[in-house]
Design a protein around this ligand. Structure first.
Ligand code: NAD
Ligand code: UDX
Length: 470
């Protein structure tokens, strides 16, 4: 099957960048990205490319090349579905906040809505591609819904999970470790898979495009995220052991990472992992295991989340205990709010939970983040429902100058590893803060010796005080 028209439902962090690169590399295919969020679509269509709804290095250039040529952003969902031979579903699949599986299972209501809309609109055969991260066996549910159209239209369901990481989305899409495509083992299934392989082959070597059965593909996505997050929780668990024993977690990471069987990546101890995927996908994995009665399997993976929650709490507790057991009325400056550098995404960012814990202790927080807006920060805090929106605005301020943010602070906490934080004039910041000048580096980005020479009382994850004083 030759694909000339693609529709992608969902213009978010995955749909937007993925389809932009796909369109850039396949100028012969018309790619229409649709969303029910009009504001988001308007931002994707903004002539000023700095207003794109997502900040990703290199994204502007890709959009500039393809948009209006063969890449379109639209709110006309039905029209785009009707025209396309291949439809990607890239809508959000958050953790359920209600009913059965609340707090664990993936909420599939948006996926089901998409399937029902496709079933209603489709007048010709379609390949439906799951781009969203889904519980294993969701393809069956989508197929059930689609098969009830009763108008003779046939559907092939493929699973094609996305492995991009935010902040490096464009690079990851241009040069992925692998592309995974799962499909039915029937002739029609194989044909559908080949149609999708052909699209990726425009820029990705064939040997990096993996085809599997649908269930392996769906499950592999959850497992990949679980393994990555597990490495972070593992090294974070060791970070506490380092703090009490005089070992240095950076040195331990390097030492174990040089073992080619372990490898050096994803061994950076931190204030805890965030992002929209890790927690959600592990909770989903845990829920699936439990639903099959695999309690030991579920408990094993749940520990990754328990350790991550502990690491965030531990960081907040460390600030309070170091500041003589009270932060009430003290100004604490947060450098960074995003869940990692080079993104404006704050979903599940450790900063939110550390702030919440410190606000409970009546701290006064001032936040500076180079890419996150003030309104986003307040929305994140309000969403927790711990205190009233007025109270959040009274206790937490957002400023757009880092030096102003640090002025008269009792402590500075680094929550995101933005490169610019490393190059600040820390001598100048030292002059402006209240003494003793405490810095809590939740990302291990600053040089301990330099900070201590300036005069800071510098605390870093996974390093005991006596160790960093050497
Ligand atoms: P997102 O919230 O940024 O975007 C989803 C978009 O879908 C929203 O703009 C929403 O308005 C739209 N939408 C929802 N229902 C719709 C409907 N019925 N019709 C049209 N539009 C609809 O989410 P995201 O971060 O892009 O994630 C999407 C999926 O990809 C999730 O399943 C996620 O787990 C997965 N994923 C995300 C990442 C990541 O880094 N963010 C990486 C890999 C996979
Ligand atoms: C992740 C997966 O990496 C990606 O493949 C998947 O498609 C989506 O989920 P993302 O959440 O965007 O991507 O970013 P990632 O780089 O994985 O970082 C996740 C969190 O872990 C961040 O908060 C990051 O700061 C933290 N992290 C990562 C660490 O604390 N230490 C590390 O060594 C690596």
């Amino acid at each position: 099957m030759i694909i000339k028209n693609i529709c992608c439902i969902g213009a978010g962090y995955v749909g937007g960048p993925t389809m932009s690169v796909l369109a850039q590399k396949n100028p012969h295919i018309k790619v229409t990205v649709v969303d029910i969020n009009q504001e988001r679509i308007a931002a994707w269509n903004d002539t000023d490319l700095s207003n794109l709804p997502i900040y990703e290095p290199g994204l502007k250039e890709v959009v500039q090349e393809a948009r209006g040529r063969n890449l379109f952003f639209s709110t006309e969902v039905k029209k785009a579905i009707d025209e396309a031979e291949m439809i990607f579903i890239s809508v959000n699949t958050p953790t359920k906040t209600y009913g059965k599986g609340k707090g664990m299972a993936a909420d599939l209501k948006y996926i089901e809505l998409c399937a029902r809309q496709i079933a209603k609109v489709a007048k010709s055969d379609k390949i439906v591609v799951e781009k969203s991260t889904l519980p294993v066996r969701t393809a069956q549910a989508i197929k059930d819904i689609l098969d009830y159209t009763g108008n003779g239209v046939t559907f092939q369901i493929l699973s094609n999970p996305e492995f991009l990481a935010e902040g490096t989305a464009v690079q990851d899409l241009l040069n992925p470790d692998r592309v995974l495509i799962g499909g039915e083992e029937s002739e029609e299934g194989k044909e559908a898979m080949e149609a999708l392989v052909a699209i990726y082959e425009s820029w990705i070597p064939r040997e990096r495009i993996l085809t599997t059965n649908v269930w392996s593909s769906e499950l592999s996505k959850l497992v990949a995220n679980a393994f990555l997050a597990q490495r972070v929780s593992s090294i974070n668990a060791i970070s506490e052991l380092c703090e009490v024993t005089g070992a240095n977690v950076g040195e331990v990471s390097r030492a174990i990472g040089m073992d080619s069987r372990i490898g050096p990546k994803f061994l950076k101890a931190s204030v805890g992992f965030g992002g929209s995927c890790f927690q959600k996908d592990i909770l989903n994995l845990v829920y699936i295991a439990k639903s099959y009665g695999l309690n030991e399997v579920a408990d094993y993976w749940e520990q990754v989340i328990i350790m991550n929650d502990y690491q965030k709490r531990r960081f907040a507790d460390k600030i309070v205990s170091t500041l003589y057991n009270t932060v009430s009325g003290k100004k604490i400056t947060f450098l960074g709010w995003a869940f990692k550098k080079d993104t404006n995404d704050t979903r599940e960012s450790a900063a939110i939970y550390v702030a919440d814990a410190l606000l409970n202790e009546q701290a006064e927080i001032t936040v500076y983040d180079p890419k996150v807006s003030e309104s986003r920060i307040y929305e994140d805090l309000d969403y927790l429902g711990t205190r009233s929106p007025e109270e959040n605005r009274r206790l937490l301020k957002v400023v757009n100058d880092p030096y102003q943010a640090c002025k008269d602070a009792h402590a500075i906490a680094i929550l995101t590893e933005w490169d610019e934080f490393i190059t600040y004039d820390w001598g100048k910041i030292y002059e402006a803060v209240i003494k003793p000048a405490f810095v809590f580096d939740g990302r291990k980005i600053l040089d301990a010796e330099m900070m201590e020479t300036i005069g800071f009382d510098y605390t870093s994850i996974g390093v005991s005080k006596t160790q960093s004083n050497k």
